[in-house]
Design a protein around this ligand. Structure first.
Ligand SMILES: [Fe+2]
Length: 172
C-alpha cells in the first residue's frame, strides 16, 4: 500500500469511528459531564423573557428544548403570571406548583382548589391526566407561581397534552 492509499484508509476509519454508536454515546457522556462542570447553575430571571402563549404568561427557567446548555435537562421549571386566568388544558399530573405571590384558585377536573402565596399545589396522577385552569381572585393584583415538572416521569406516565381553552392574553 502506498502512502496515498494508507492515508485514504485512515480517513475512512476515522469517519467510521465518528459515526459509530458507541463513540456517539461516549461523546454524549463527555458533553453531559462538561455541562455539569461548566453550565450555568444560576438562571437569572432577566435572562429569561416572559412569553405569552396559549396556556399562560410564562417565564421558562428550565426547558430542555429551549435551553440545552443548562446542567439539568430533565426538568421543566416555569413561572406563571396569572393575570385573570390561564388557558385550560389537560395533561398528566405528578408535578408541583409553589405559589410565590398573590392568591387564586385552580379548577382541577371540575373541582375548585384555593391557594395563596406560600402554598404548594400539586396535580394528582390520574388515568388520562388532569384537566386544569388557574384563576387570579384579586383583579389587578400580581399573582404568580412556579411549577416543577420532572420530564422522565412524564414520559413514563405516557403524558399527552391537550389544549382546551386559550389564555385570554394570547395574541397568536
Ligand atoms: Fe398544566
Amino acid at each position: 500500500m502506498n502512502d496515498r492509499a494508507r492515508s485514504r484508509t485512515r480517513v475512512r476509519e476515522a469517519e467510521t469511528i465518528a459515526g459509530n454508536s458507541y463513540e456517539l454515546i461516549l461523546k454524549q457522556r463527555e458533553a453531559f459531564i462538561e455541562r455539569q462542570a461548566t453550565g450555568p447553575v444560576v438562571i437569572a430571571s432577566e435572562d429569561r423573557k416572559i412569553q405569552v402563549n396559549r396556556q399562560g404568561t410564562l417565564r421558562y427557567y428550565l426547558a430542555p428544548l429551549s435551553y440545552p446548555e443548562t446542567p439539568l435537562q430533565d426538568w421543566l421549571v416555569f413561572e406563571n403570571h396569572v393575570r385573570t386566568h390561564s388557558g385550560k388544558h389537560r395533561h398528566q399530573g405528578g408535578l408541583v406548583i409553589y405559589v410565590i405571590e398573590g392568591e387564586g384558585y385552580s379548577m382541577v377536573d371540575g373541582e375548585r382548589v384555593d391557594w395563596k402565596a406560600g402554598d404548594l399545589l400539586l396535580l394528582p396522577i390520574r388515568p388520562g391526566g388532569v384537566e386544569h385552569q388557574h384563576f387570579n381572585t384579586r383583579a389587578g393584583a400580581t399573582c404568580r407561581w412556579i411549577a416543577f415538572c420532572h420530564l422522565p416521569m412524564m414520559d413514563h406516565l405516557a403524558m399527552e397534552m391537550t389544549q382546551i381553552e386559550i389564555n385570554p392574553d394570547f395574541r397568536g
